[in-house]
Design a protein around this ligand. Sequence first.
Ligand SMILES: [Zn+2]
Length: 150
Amino acid sequence: MARYIGMNQLTIELRASQLLTLDQIATMSGPKESCAILLGKKKENSYETEEVIPMSNKDSSEVRFTMDENELLKIYEYAVLSNTSVVGIFHSHPSKPFPSETDKTFMEINPIPWIIKSTITDEMRCFIFSDSSKGKIDGIEEIKMIIVKG
Ligand SMILES: [Zn+2]
């Protein structure tokens, strides 16, 4: 059972259509973990999503995911061209929507919002490793997802 502490001040903003895309990405991969990259802009305390890009899970596994380096490289190039940055990492779990021990390790290396969708409960939650939570359990905090029209 993952432990986490309280809500962070940060929020992540997604359009309803982007939320639907994430749902579809998770549903299509079934019990296997799916993953996606969210591109957008960080404005003050909010990460604003502009684009959801489905990624293939190289591991093709129910317990972990690895993004393809070449796909990632292309996304980073595209991000530069579209003047955006990676504002979130999405993946699904055929279990509860909380970070695994492996997730936590990578969350510390990539301290941006991590959205996890449970394909068993359909719940979606978002977490971040943050400086403000340093010294607290795992350094992981939940962040609020704001869904806007569109
Ligand atoms: Zn995970």
